[in-house]
Design a protein around this ligand. Structure first.
Ligand code: 2IO
Length: 406
């Protein structure tokens, strides 16, 4: 049976090092309750998984957290037929031929274009110089949106992301986020209207019409889904990439192995996502009174699933604080005899739709970086710092390498 422990989610010690809280949670079997909001923070793998699969826990918190800036419901808020059909449309746009013919070359091009100017200098900040622009450019690319003003779009995107992922927004910051969201939707609206009139074979056109040629969605629904994709694809991308490089550079033996054998890249990315999940929290609401590991949780309670903690549950992952790209060989199996996967993409019916896309994306980009950044190392004197507790990642990652010219 778990014990309730009160904590302060906005406390700087939690924000600085949530992993220490996760360790406490696992070693003392705790469920944290935030003193100021009464929200439950659940971190055991089995509890989180149960909550994500159980219909008694709804995604209703997104109505406050996301809907105002998404200007409509996101996929995670939908159920039944609507969810199925919109999900299938988006999956169609993300996978298979599209990936191979369109996205893969696009990701290569963006990666090289952003990297080339830094090659002669022998120095690059993988987050500030590369990752931020990279993340937004790839997303705009998959949506087939113009990129001339991408810096502006990135700023609006940040305003919207803050609304969803920060729990300490002031009133004026909230207004700023809402304004960013309005400007983004005004940027999207005429583009979507054009695609509705004259559809092509791009992602947005795919959302406009069904297979039978009938209009599939209203423009407001397409705007909301575009914003959903914009956020979900952009926000974690630079963090995933920088965290992976941090782990690889901290483990030169693993770096060398992956460098030589790129088929290991996938395991390295998955392991990095497990150990340092860019998305750390998934909110849910209890639809009725429930019992989680012996703790009574009342109907209406707000719950934050700490997937970053679940991914370090020592009952599931042996030596969970270690970066071990071969852990599938030694981690204990579940009661069904199967390996248990990390929850960095969530789980259950709202599991991340872009998971496979993002893994391939990071694989392609990492491989190019490995090829071009010769004798890569973390810059002398660089101090690594992560920030954020909903979406978490390095502020920057200053790297040095042997200069080259292309
Ligand atoms: C965009 C939080 C970046 C999602 C969200 C309002 C809904 C949903 C997620 C992820 C990552 C974002 N939630 N993606 O946690 O689409």
């Amino acid at each position: 049976m778990s014990t309730v422990a009160f904590f302060d989610a906005l406390d700087s010690s939690f924000q600085r090092d949530p992993y220490a809280y996760y360790d406490q949670l696992h070693s003392n079997d705790l469920i944290y309750v935030d003193r100021s909001t009464g929200a439950y923070f659940i971190g055991k793998y089995d509890d989180v998984k149960k909550i994500l699969y159980n219909m008694s826990f709804t995604t209703e918190p997104l109505a406050d957290r996301a809907q105002p800036v998404m200007r409509g419901r996101v996929l995670a808020q939908m159920e039944g037929d609507e969810h199925r059909s919109k999900k299938n449309t988006i999956l169609k746009g993300l996978r298979g031929n599209y990936f191979h013919n369109v996205y893969s070359p696009l990701i290569c091009k963006i990666t090289k274009h952003l990297l080339d100017p830094y090659l002669p200098s022998g120095r690059i900040d993988l987050v500030q110089d590369f990752g931020k622009d990279y993340a937004i450019l790839v997303t705009l690319g998959i949506l087939g949106l113009p990129t001339e003003n991408y810096q502006q779009i990135a700023q609006w995107h940040t305003g919207v992301a803050d609304f969803i992922t920060r729990l300490d927004l002031s009133n004026s910051e909230r207004l700023h986020s809402l304004e960013c969201s309005r400007l983004l939707s005004e940027f999207l609206r005429p583009i979507i209207a054009t695609r509705m009139e004259d559809p092509g074979d791009d992602f947005i056109s795919l959302m406009c019409y069904n297979n039978d040629g009938h209009p599939a969605m209203a423009i407001s629904e397409i705007i909301a889904l575009c914003l959903n994709i914009l956020l979900a694809a952009t926000e974690p991308a630079d963090k995933s990439l920088a965290l992976l490089f941090k782990h690889l550079l901290d483990h030169p033996d693993v770096f060398a192995k992956v460098y030589r054998d790129r088929s290991l890249l996938r395991s390295a990315i998955e392991e990095s996502l497990r150990l340092t999940s860019p998305v750390q929290l998934i909110p849910r609401k209890a639809k009725e009174d429930v019992n989680i590991s012996g703790v009574f949780i009342p109907k209406g309670a707000l719950i934050f699933n700490m997937i970053g903690a679940a991914n370090r549950d020592p009952h599931i992952f042996r030596n969970p604080g270690e970066f071990n790209i071969h852990r599938h060989l030694t981690d204990p199996l579940g009661s069904d005899g199967r390996r248990r996967r990390h929850l960095a993409f969530g789980s259950g019916r709202h599991v991340c739709l872009g998971a496979e896309f993002s893994l391939r994306q990071i694989e392609i980009t990492t491989s190019i970086l490995l090829d071009r950044l010769i004798e890569l190392r973390i810059a002398n004197g660089f101090e690594f710092e992560e920030c954020g507790f909903y979406i978490r990642g390095p502020r920057s990652l200053l790297l040095e390498f042997t200069p080259s010219i292309r």
